[in-house]
Design a protein around this ligand. Structure first.
Ligand SMILES: [Zn+2]
Length: 126
């Protein structure tokens, strides 16, 4: 993704790259984030400065984290299938392209859809 101009949550153009101390009170990681000054949605950045995903409000960030915790456990620890295979299965179930299938790009609805899928037993095998 390239630089963010408009907020993915509220549409405001009042989005700026900021120190992430604006969210946490001190800097973490590479210290940068994109931040919407209207609705306070935010997203971290890669070291290159590119955004990690789309801007999200706190509740959506919590949903994304829940998705990641459940999903990553499957390939990282339980090793039920490769990471790539799991993402491909999830993309197919969500009827989206593989390049759009990243939790960091999901907003509320899609996080909820993904959670419904990945909490089913053996969802990757059906
Ligand atoms: Zn906003």
């Amino acid at each position: 993704m390239s630089a963010i101009k408009n907020c993915h949550n509220c549409g405001s153009s009042n989005v700026k790259k900021e120190s992430n101390s604006i969210i946490y009170g001190r800097e973490y990681g590479n210290g940068k984030c994109y931040y919407c000054h209207d609705c306070k949605a935010s997203v971290g950045t890669h070291d290159s400065g590119k955004p990690l995903g789309t801007l999200a409000t706190k509740d959506v960030q919590i949903l994304r984290k829940a998705c990641h915790d459940i999903f990553d456990k499957l390939w990282r620890y339980e090793r039920v299938a490769s990471r790539g295979h799991l993402y491909a299965c999830l993309a197919e179930r969500l009827k989206i392209s593989g390049s759009d299938c990243h939790f960091g790009m999901f907003q509320r609805e899609r996080c909820l859809q993904a959670l419904e899928i990945i909490t089913q037993k053996n969802w990757w095998a059906t």
